[in-house]
Ligand binder design. Structure first.
Ligand SMILES: Cc1ncc(COP(=O)(O)O)c(C=O)c1O
Length: 396
């Protein structure tokens, strides 16, 4: 069967694939420790669920305007002003089915064939493919762990070309958990200031910060605000991954173009979900703080445990809920008569023989690493550490 040419460059999401494999094993009764998912284990807060139930009971079950109901767009504006010091009007806000759709719409609305988008590696796996789906070219700028995974401004300057239409920044980042320092953000701002490109600020993990202060690019470079498209959503902060609620805010012409893409593809995000998102944004801030405090404790426990394993080294992430462990210390060691050579092979051994689902670093542009989520209970994390220890033993 003939399929579209543009799909040939697209890979299925390895995190979703690994998750489905782990879930299939679990469904067969296999006891798998799943550290592969990019989602919180907490339930959605009750007050959010209640708002959705109320919406259904009140018959709020019809199409809404594509960009979202006015009260939600207004609440998003208030949130952006309160938390990020950003002033947008509701016309500059588009409610989407998850942050993912916001970035997808952006790519479809802004990019042409031949255009380039700068992405810092290690990156969230979907960025390059969403750029490719729009016919454009992802340009990867590598960052180093020694620099806290912040990009070198000179490397950004070297990568910028007249075809660069956008750059994507993501702090706290997936999969690194890195939170950019003020100096790092100033370096990015200085590098792109004189280049006519848009900046996506993917703030989806902004509420999950454990070390230091989280700043946005707009905090250090207010002059760049007219070029920034903020992407955020309810998935991570409010444990609402399945609801698919996100949003974008930015320059009116860009948001209008993104809305056009959405008009002719999915229309509005779920009416019920919008009421739930509104409740989430209006709810007590301590709900998020309590979840963040628990992630903090899990981070310390899990990353500490990883660093106690011979051949494994893990930088303490300042935010998000991922441990990106450097496993190159295990490379070259024999397992079942074969030397370990890459992260994919290691992840397969981990799942097949030790029943731990961890994502290989390679698809994130982070070969030499594996990514594990600590958004799961401490009991599961402890079991994961025990099994990882058994694998390390078996590699001796
Ligand atoms: C960096 C990053 N951005 C955006 C998203 C999108 O999340 P959602 O579409 O659930 O809002 C994710 C989800 O894993 C992510 O890791």
């Amino acid at each position: 069967m003939k399929l579209a040419r543009r799909l040939q460059a697209i890979k299925p999401s390895p995190t979703l694939a690994l998750n489905s494999r782990a879930k299939a094993l679990a469904a067969q009764g296999v006891d798998v420790v799943v550290l592969a998912a990019g989602e919180p284990d907490f339930d959605t807060p009750d007050y959010v669920k209640q708002a959705a139930v109320d919406a259904i009971k009140a018959g709020f079950t019809k199409y809404t305007a594509t960009p979202g109901i006015p009260e939600l767009r207004e609440a998003i504006c208030r949130k952006l002003e309160r938390d990020n010091g950003l002033r947008f009007t509701p016309e500059q806000v588009l409610v989407t089915a998850g942050g993912k759709q916001a970035i997808y719409n952006f790519c479809q609305a802004v990019l042409d064939e031949g255009d380039e988008v700068l992405i810092f590696s290690p990156y969230w796996v979907s960025y390059p493919d969403m750029v490719r789906l729009a016919g454009a070219t992802p340009v990867i700028v590598a960052t180093r762990e020694e620099d806290g995974f912040a990009p070198d401004p000179d490397a950004i300057r070297r990568a910028l070309t007249p075809r660069t239409r956008a750059i994507i920044i993501n702090s706290p980042g997936n999969p690194t958990g890195a939170v950019y320092s003020r100096a790092a953000l100033e370096g990015i701002a200085a590098a792109v200031r004189d280049h006519d490109c848009l900046i996506i600020s993917d703030d989806i993990y902004e509420k999950l910060v454990y070390t230091g202060e989280r700043l946005g690019l707009s905090d250090v470079a207010p002059d760049l605000v007219p070029r920034i498209v903020v992407v955020n959503g309810m998935s991570k902060a409010y444990s609402m991954t399945g609801w698919r609620m996100g949003y974008a805010a930015g320059p009116r012409p860009v948001i209008a173009a993104m809305q056009l893409v959405q008009d002719q593809s999915t229309s509005n995000a779920s009416s019920i979900g919008q009421k739930a998102a509104l409740a989430a944004l209006q709810g007590p801030p301590d709900t998020i703080a309590a979840m963040a405090a628990e992630y903090h404790a899990r981070r310390d426990f899990f990353v500490g445990g990883l660093n106690a394993l011979d051949g494994v080294r893990c930088r303490m992430p300042e935010g998000a809920f991922y441990a990106l462990a450097d496993v190159r210390g295990l490379y070259g060691r024999p397992y079942k008569g074969k030397a370990i050579t890459d992260s994919m092979q290691l992840s397969e051994i981990l799942l097949d023989d030790f029943r731990v689902a961890a994502v290989p670093g390679d698809p994130f542009g982070a070969e030499g690493y594996i990514r594990m989520s600590f958004a799961t209970s401490r009991a599961v994390l402890a079991k994961g550490l025990t099994r990882l220890g058994e694998m390390v033993q078996a590699l001796r």
